[in-house]
Design a protein around this ligand. Structure first.
Ligand code: HEM
Ligand SMILES: *[C@@H]1O[C@H](CO)[C@@H](O)[C@H](O)[C@H]1NC(C)=O
Length: 329
């Protein structure tokens, strides 16, 4: 037994130590790791991601957020995909308040089933998270990222640790930067990764603070009026699921429109807007707003780093048969 500690960004002093079995010779990630064990693995994932995108375009958006949530929380180990165990008192990462709005998990199961048919218990759920994000990014007009594979699946998932790694929508830029630094991502890379908020949506619970009782003065006034319409208060129909799109102009493109909006005081979340006002991050926002290929290069670089955050390799962990449950369950 060896002790493995993960750096995280919480301002508390709780030091998180996880006990994991370390293998004698821990392997490394490789490009095309499944070349011999499952030669069609990457093609199957690519095909499934494309089919799902045709039916439900927002699956591609989910694959990007999945990578962020899985890899930021300690390790890219598919802990995000494990379901809570009723009766055993285990509440998994998906139940964290930070996971609000996460969707399309059932389609990960579809991708996994296609892989199991061809190569049973061979391709990890952690690699499905990484490679589906890679392929989803291309479908959304983002960069092609050369990712390695060979990640193995973890056996634990706890909602309670998520908040130590994933910032809240209204956290300070200092805290946000320290979270990403813990995952080896620099300021420029952090600014680029937040550009994922160029696609997808935000539920009104994450916006009310900026609109009521008074409008956040850093918010463009017309945009604030629009958002109040999306998120009325009092809510005439509280049962309705209310949200606003991140980008009304190019909602299905992973592009630098996000930064153009930030410069125009139309950032949706408080953290988004703070990227443009904080003196450390603002210069990168300016440059990304005016140069889409610079944004894409930085996004690709930072996402690759994130996708290799402390993976389990070698004999660590396992290869799950069903991404929702550990094999022993
Ligand atoms: C400081 C860091 C971040 C914070 C606080 C944050 C927070 C949030 C919040 C509150 C939402 C809206 C959830 C909802 O109400 O439905 C969201 C959505 C999203 N986030 Fe982030 N996020 C961060 C960084 C990232 C990064 C680094 C990525 C990926 C590289 C990412 C990808 C996404 C995507 C794709 C969505 C839209 C999901 C959908 O529409 O289904 N986020 N994020
Ligand atoms: C941030 O938002 C949460 C709700 O999501 C709220 O409970 C908290 O008070 C807010 N924090 C600050 C500093 O405004």
């Amino acid at each position: 037994m060896a002790t493995r500690s993960f750096r995280h960004c919480s301002s508390s002093f709780v030091l998180l130590l996880l006990l994991l079995q370390l293998p004698s010779g821990s392997g490394e990630l490789q490009s095309n790791y499944y070349a011999e064990s499952c030669p069609n693995a990457e093609e199957i994932i690519n095909q499934e991601v494309a089919n799902l995108y045709d039916e439900h375009g927002n699956t591609a958006i989910s694959w990007i957020r999945n990578l962020f949530h899985d890899c930021m929380v300690q390790s890219c180990d598919a802990s995000l995909l494990l379901e809570s165990k009723r009766g055993k008192g285990i509440v998994s990462e998906q139940s964290s308040s930070r996971s609000i709005g996460m969707r399309n998990f059932k389609y990960v199961t579809k991708i996994k089933e296609a892989l199991e048919k061809e190569c049973p218990t061979t391709v990890s759920c952690a690699d499905i998270i990484a490679l589906s994000a890679r392929d989803g990014i291309v479908l959304l007009g983002g960069p092609r990222i050369e990712m390695r594979s060979g990640r193995r699946d973890g056996k634990e998932s706890y909602a309670s640790v998520v908040e130590e790694f994933i910032p809240n929508h209204n956290d300070s830029m200092t805290l946000v930067l320290s979270c990403f630094e813990s995952a080896g991502i620099d300021v420029e890379g952090t600014v680029a990764l937040l550009g994922a908020h160029s696609v997808g949506r935000v539920h009104c619970v994450n916006l009310y603070d900026r609109l009521y009782p008074t409008v956040d003065p850093t918010l463009d006034m017309d945009y604030a009026e629009y958002l109040k319409g999306r998120c009325p208060m009092p809510d005439p129909n509280p049962k309705k699921v209310r949200y606003a799109r991140n980008d009304r102009e190019t909602p299905m493109l992973l592009d630098n429109m996000y930064y153009k909006h930030l410069v125009a005081h139309k950032g949706l979340l408080l953290v988004d807007q703070q990227l443009a006002s904080n003196p450390i991050t603002a210069p990168f926002v300016q440059r990304m707003a005016s140069d889409n290929s610079y944004f894409q290069d930085q996004f690709a670089r930072a996402l690759l780093t994130l996708s290799e955050n402390s993976p389990l390799t070698g004999d660590d962990g396992e290869i799950r048969k069903d991404c929702r449950y550990i094999n022993a369950d």
